[in-house]
Design a protein around this ligand. Structure first.
Ligand code: ADP
Ligand code: MG
Ligand code: MG
Length: 902
């Protein structure tokens, strides 16, 4: 039988799978001698057994008894005893942190009998009743399923009756009466009394924590964060320590460095005379660590020493929950802290400079997604949009949107296409759906460690919290601030860095990091408003440069025009992986395409194509000039021809009208016939790509000639053009053979007539399953492969992207058929298997065959790691994503073979 219970002195930080993050780190802190109250952890395995069997595994109760007795003996107290009672907290804690999403019950063990014992032991009757009412409230809500609002209302009523504004001002007698109120609520809604057996409380609380793994909000959070649903949570049973024992007690949350800016130096919030959740709930405004230093210097010193110890031990930014009980410090939780993108880069480089980690490790600790966030635009500081109010910048970003005040409004308005800002007095875990839908979050209460701030940082959402001037009247659906009344639908703008809130839209400008990637280090530093941002720009520069030095994957860009190419090059692209030539057939040039289609003879068609030649040559000359010296892959025309012709319905109507007037235009009539002839039920699988090239004589030859002549022209001008020709939608080696023969003929002819030798590789896209499966044959005719993973995903799944994404993807994500859209992150099991096969078979026929990828996946972090692993040579992505791909390719090299989950 598995062991389900581990004492804190039995575990360690590497056991997050089994003990959850909280349990593993409590054990670790115990092991290194930090002051942690005694306790034990029930494993995630027990939770999985509970979910599987619908009941607590037999044997767990016995193990809990043994561990509980050991805690009791260590402290010389008994759970819930009438004299000197031991109380415990029963806390959730999964492998991956899910802040506030699951349940925790504090003060378990308090009963009518033991509450007196607690009063005697502490010499503080008020405290004892305060703890008891908290237990009935938390236990009632989380274990017995009582609506938490009923308790909140009873509390408000008691405060009103006593004539006080805050819960700390309630006297012992008020709290005692409140316990009676609460117990009446429990009896009325559950038909049972609040349990008076301490052990029954413990067992029920353990079960409730297991069950909280599967609450709606926890599932939603996991889906968003891509945490598997079957991990389960551990349960931590911890001897209670009390922050609500008066003014020399309190509770707080702190970070070893500022998690929002990355500023070096401890950062935290402290709340005197309070317990547990009071800090994060944002119900009272908190004090800073500096205030704590003045109030209680020795606890402060001890806290700072503990934080330094933890940071040295974990070699990373840690966050901590602590409680001070009558001047004595206790640590209740630590973990490697969530942080903003800016803090991630700054802290990683600070730790390198402090010789705590290597550059490789620093690189592993930042992500392409974080870099992407730093590239988002910022508000234009020179704009004159009126400032509405100010709060704390808790999670950076610039958000503009309509005010919404609850989940329903947030979802309704975003479904209608609006951008929204969720405005709440404070947030709690039930607001998650609205927070996900919103572009920004604004709260009136709470500090930088409040629920809103922590969750927003985790999601990379812009947030401003603790804007105290705001009066958020949820009942009336109004937000009042300094005489201004705002309603849902009114537009506001949030600056998550400065904490400013504006009324109306604010224009945006490039971020300093964006300036850096586009125009270099000096430009980035010049754009930085202060030393902190300069430090950030330097940090990004160092890690990106390091990524470039370690990565194996080359990074190219998808660019169709010379402008795009230059932009990509400035951002570090090492070539063009995909230039789509279709736009070169649009607009003005459409009429040439019509002539090609309508041509009655080969000669007529050749003449029409010849008109296109100088235009195409000019396009390629510009592009190759912009990419001088770098490989530039040009894809021959891919989409079906009718995409360049007028719309069937429009044209039919036009011709019908003309005919009615008796003056049908002969060109239109012929065109209509051609469009009808070419109309396809399913163009995606029809006459396109190489099929078109083999069907319309001279089309591909024209493009090849334009490329060749452009190269010759540039070569003569002393340049170094490096074109590569890519054939789309190949499914059979024979197709490649035919196109290749024709292309080689054209290249040889241009080379001979110009006297300039041309060496232009001819390769193909692998975007059909058949191409991947017969890659060993196709490779005999292809100088390189480029996996077109967009089409390969469509053809592997049989999904037509445009049809399925809007139609049923949300259901597929809901019911778990998909965990993420395969168009966003490569489906490694299916489409990825074809990529792997394509590379292996291709290289078996042609050792060292150059393989790249040019789908949108080329810019997706997770997919890039996969491409690194299967041994591709390069990824190609949009110019904007190039820095992200460089960083992730570097991370992939550093992390290869390691567990990449953080
Ligand atoms: P969460 O995962 O939501 O942070 P926790 O299990 O950490 O939930 O607990 C909620 C709050 O209760 C935290 O502020 C924590 O520090 C506090 N707490 C938990 N256990 C104890 C204990 N044994 N003594 C005092 N406070 C506790
Ligand atoms: Mg906690
Ligand atoms: Mg394609």
């Amino acid at each position: 039988m598995p062991k389900y219970v581990y004492r804190f002195d039995e575990g360690g930080k590497d056991q997050r799978d089994l003990l959850g993050g909280k349990g593993a780190n409590l054990a670790e802190m115990t092991r290194i001698g930090l002051p942690v109250p005694p306790g034990f952890t029930i494993t995630t395995e027990a939770c999985r057994a509970y979910m599987r069997d619908g009941r607590v595994p037999p044997g767990l109760r016995v193990e809990v008894t043994t561990a509980l007795r050991q805690v009791e003996d260590a402290l010389g107290r008994r759970l819930g005893a009438p004299r000197d009672p031991l109380l415990v907290s029963v806390r959730s804690g999964a492998k991956f942190s899910m802040p506030g999403m699951m349940d925790t019950v504090l003060n378990v063990g308090l009963t009518d009998a033991s509450v007196q014992g607690l009063a005697d032991m502490s010499g503080d009757e008020r405290f004892a009743w305060d703890s008891y009412r908290r237990l009935v409230q938390m236990f009632g809500a989380t274990v017995l399923g009582v609506d938490a609002r009923a308790f909140a209302e009873a509390l408000e009523a008691r405060k009103a009756a006593a004539g006080v504004g805050s819960d700390v001002d309630l006297a012992a007698a008020d709290l005692r009466a409140l316990v009676d109120d609460y117990r009446r609520i429990v009896r009325a809604t559950c038909g049972r009394d609040f349990p008076q057996d301490p052990r029954e409380q413990l067992d029920l609380a353990i079960e409730a924590v297991f069950g909280s793994w599967n609450t709606g909000r926890a599932r939603l959070y996991r889906r968003r964060e891509r945490i598997p649903d079957d991990l389960g949570t551990a349960v931590n049973v911890v001897a209670m320590v009390f922050g609500n024992l008066g003014d020399d007690s309190g509770t707080g949350v702190s970070f070893t460095r500022d998690p929002s800016s990355g500023h070096a130096g401890a950062y935290g919030d402290y709340l005197p005379n309070a317990q547990g959740e009071d800090v994060v709930a944002g119900i009272r405004n908190t004090l800073s660590l500096d205030d704590l230093r003045t109030r209680d210097p020795s606890s402060y010193d001890e806290l700072l020493a503990a934080m330094r110890r933890l940071e040295t031990h974990y070699r990373d930014l840690c966050d901590i929950e602590f409680t001070i009980e009558r001047g004595r410090l206790w640590l209740l939780q630590t973990r490697v802290g969530k942080r903003t993108a800016a803090a991630a880069f700054r802290v990683a480089v600070q730790l390198v400079d402090e010789h705590l980690i290597t550059l490789d490790e620093a690189l592993a600790r930042v992500t392409g997604e974080q870099l992407g966030r730093l590239l988002f635009p910022r508000f234009d500081r020179t704009a004159d949009t009126p400032l509405l109010t100010r709060g704390l910048g808790a999670s950076p970003g610039a958000a503009v949107g309509e005010i919404v005040m609850d989940n329903m409004q947030a979802l309704a308005r975003t479904r209608a296409g609006a951008k929204v800002v969720l405005v709440r007095r404070e947030t709690n875990p039930d607001d998650l759906a609205g927070m996900i839908a919103a572009d920004g979050i604004l709260t009136a209460r709470g500090g930088k460690t409040s629920h809103a701030a922590v969750v927003a940082r985790g999601m990379g959402r812009c947030a401003v919290v603790g804007a105290e001037a705001l009066d958020v009247d949820e009942a009336r659906g109004e937000v009042r601030v300094d005489g201004v009344v705002l309603h849902p639908g009114d537009v506001i703008a949030l600056d998550g860095t400065t904490g400013e809130v504006f009324r109306g839209e604010v224009p945006v400008v490039d971020s300093p990091v964006m300036r850096y990637v586009a125009d270099g280090l000096d430009a980035g530093l010049r754009a930085a408003p202060d030393g902190e941002v300069r430090e950030l720009v330097h940090a990004v520069h160092r890690l990106l440069t390091h990524a470039d030095s370690v990565r194996r994957l080359r990074v190219r860009a998808n660019a169709d025009t010379a402008d795009d190419a230059r932009r990509a090059r400035a951002r570090g692209a090492e070539g063009i992986g995909l230039c789509r030539t279709e736009h070169q057939f649009l607009g003005e040039r459409r009429r040439y395409v019509e002539q090609v289609v309508l041509a009655g003879s080969d000669d007529e068609r050749q003449a029409a194509l010849a008109d296109l030649l100088p235009l195409q040559r000019a396009d390629f000359t510009d592009l190759l000039e912009a990419m001088d010296g770098l490989p530039t892959t040009i894809r021959l025309l891919d989409p079906p021809l009718h995409e360049f012709l007028p719309d069937l319905t429009e044209l039919s109507v036009r011709v019908a009208l003309e005919e009615e007037r008796g003056q049908a235009d002969e060109h239109d009539v012929r065109l209509l016939a051609a469009v009808r002839r070419m109309h396809e039920q399913n163009p995606m699988l029809g006459l396109r790509g190489v099929r078109l090239g083999l069907t319309v004589p001279g089309l591909f030859a024209l493009q090849v000639r334009a490329i060749a002549e452009a190269a010759v022209g540039l070569r003569r001008a002393g340049r170094d053009p490096r074109p590569e020709i890519m054939v789309p939608l190949v499914g059979s080696v024979r197709e490649m053979q035919l196109v290749r023969a024709e292309a080689e003929g054209v290249l040889a002819e241009v080379a001979e007539s110009s006297g300039v030798p041309l060496e232009v590789p001819i390769g193909c896209m692998i975007e059909l399953p058949r191409a991947a499966l017969t890659a060993q044959r196709i490779a005999t005719q292809a100088d390189f492969f480029s996996f077109g993973t967009n089409d390969l995903t469509q053809t592997t799944w049989g999904f037509s992207r445009d049809d399925v994404e809007g139609a049923f993807f949300s259901e597929y994500l809901e019911n778990g058929v998909l965990t993420i859209s395969p168009f966003e992150t490569l489906d490694a099991d299916g489409v990825g298997a074809l990529v792997r096969i394509g590379v292996e078979r291709g290289r078996s026929a042609r050792p060292g065959l150059h393989c790249g990828v040019c789908g949108e996946h080329g810019g997706d972090p997770e997919s890039i790691h996969f491409f690194h692993e299967v041994g591709l040579d390069d990824v190609s992505c949009s110019p904007f994503r190039v820095p992200v791909a460089r960083l992730e390719a570097g991370r992939a090299a550093v992390l290869a073979g390691e567990d990449t989950t953080v």
